[in-house]
Design a protein around this ligand. Sequence first.
Ligand SMILES: Nc1nc2c(ncn2[C@@H]2O[C@H](COP(=O)(O)OP(=O)(O)OP(=O)(O)O)[C@@H](O)[C@H]2O)c(=O)[nH]1
Length: 551
Amino acid sequence: SQNTEINLSKLGGTVLLEADYQRTQVNMELAKLPENRWRPFQQADILQGITNQAHWLRFTATNPTDQAIHWVIRGETSFLDYLEIYYRNDSGTFQHETYSDWHDFQQRQINYRTLSAGLSTPAHTKTEVILKAYFIGNDTMNLRFSLYTSDDFNRLSQRENLLYGLFYGAMLLLVLLSLMAAAILRQIKALFYAAFLISSILCWLMVNGLGFQYLWPHSPEWHNQGFHIAYLIFGFTALQFGRSFLFLSQTLPKVNRLFIAIQLLYSLILIAYLFGYLENVILYISHSALATTALLMPVVGFIAWRKRISYAVWFMAAWLIYSTGLILTLMSTTIANLNWGNSPLDWLQMATLLESIFLMVAVSSWIIELNSEHKKAITLAHQDPLTELGNRRLLQSRYTDYYNNLNDRSLPLFMLVIDLDSFKEINDNYGHDGGDVVLKELGCLIKQNCGAEDVAIRFGGEEFAILVALNSIEEAWELAERIRLQFANNPTYYCNQQIKHTLSCGIAEVLSKDVQLNVNEIMRCADSALYKAKQAGRNQTHLCESPVGKS
Ligand SMILES: Nc1nc2c(ncn2[C@@H]2O[C@H](COP(=O)(O)OP(=O)(O)OP(=O)(O)O)[C@@H](O)[C@H]2O)c(=O)[nH]1
């Protein structure tokens, strides 16, 4: 039969190989190849599904020009056990070269991530080429070969390297960020996210052959079999991150148990495989691990989001992107007529980056939530719930700050202790609720009279305090009197009744160049002044004459 002819002068960009085709047993030799079995290679032949046969492609490249043409046959996938090439110029004898995934990377004729071959056709001659592509065992066979001029091929591989560089650079940046988050926040979730990213990177290094090209060129065994391990680790870390990130043990305990069971299964499979078992089925198992992950994660993300974990929406979106990409890829490798070749795999790789970024957004929004909850907890721990003034704890921590940072230019610090007069009577006359309203009114009044730097607190009961930095004791006195008079002159209205009230105040200078009371002494000193005010008939302000510990 007539060979399919390819005019090399018409090469440009990527040209899909056209050829004659036949399929035989793996051990068939060229000399015994039946001549009558050749037929035109069709689009539907590109994806052969899972097979262990030898696939033969034959064509003749013609060079009608006055110069030799250097050209390249490029295989599309990075996994192909053997690619044998028979070629001869004009009617010479066939030369034979064998390229294999099972050889060191260095033994390749072209330093490129997939099995490819460079040929040269002198001016006005033909090169007859016969390719034999096969796996030793069962595997998914993709017969998409393309032809390039050497220059086009170099441009292609440079462009690829740039894109892959961007991908791995971005992924490593995410790993770095998540490791930093894990170290700073001391949160294991961020560490699980980093582990997931690393396993994802490992999978892609396997799939696009760059790991073999650059990282483990002397380990063809690992290049060929490692991706089963990488896929299982990917499944394991994805489940681990999902469990931890979505608090599954609390939010969805049954799903959590399911995830643990699957993780356990993956671990057992991994161990069995490392000990040499399951070799015939590992291909199916490792791909199922990917599919299981892609199916489970978006669903669980959705359920968690419905359970009011707000950042789960990013988690769900991330996995939807990945799952869509994976489903399209699996479809394209199994349904011959879709004929998208390897391009869905490239899309899936981009989807992986997008997924990882979305997961980073999920992690970030969880960190933001964590931070605001933390702040809320700190505020609540330092707040009096009734008046929303500070509490004793706030006073102590702020006073300790003042105490530790006292310097020559600091203003003297005064403590005002304010106590409602005869509050028991107010409670008796207007009820506990009426008393509460009065307490809130006094809280508001104190707030209005304090600046942002002042510390206003309620001790509980009907006792309040203000810690305030002022120029002199006179200013502190003025502040106390202003509050006292405003409180006395503005009765509280409660259930159409007027509640008249007064307060007493004790003032002490607690921290200055001359006076340095510790946190326990400040109360005692101001209290003694307050006691005097009460003794003297209430509704008045008194100074502490001799502060404890005055130097
Ligand atoms: N409504 C209300 N009452 C409270 C609260 N905490 C404490 N009390 C009441 O406040 C009253 C304090 O009474 P006392 O310690 O005898 O003091 P007082 O009646 O104000 O008398 P003097 O301080 O001597 O003027 C008690 O009746 C407590 O039950 C509160 O949060 N809300």
